[in-house]
Design a protein around this ligand. Sequence first.
Ligand code: NI
Length: 136
Amino acid sequence: MRVAVYRRAHFNAAHRLHNPDWSDEKNRAVFGLCNNPNYHGHNYELEVKVVGEVDPATGYVIDLGLLKDIIKSQIEDRFDHKNLNLDTEEFKNLNPTAEHICYVIWQILRKHLDERYDIFVRLYETPRNFVEYPAE
Ligand code: NI
């Protein structure tokens, strides 16, 4: 029996969307307020979905305590209260859009969760704007 298990988390981080290959004018036109040279912050809400078989012995797909600890140590501790452009290796050369952040988080979690699980990551940049990887 395959079941989906979810865990929510959040982190606050600053970023600036900018493409160094473009002029300042084009960056402002494309990214608008998110191109502010002095950065700005978001309250990111993260939703991690883990799909797998229910273990008959435990009745669990995954121990949610374990999932919580992995998200805390690998994602929250890495990104919370950071300037994504300046403080993180992941976004030194990668524009920190919600799409890229979501994908980076998925890649990190993929390395830390058993391959028998399917993983889906949803990232809310605002209560109304959110992305999901992989796309269905
Ligand atoms: Ni922004």
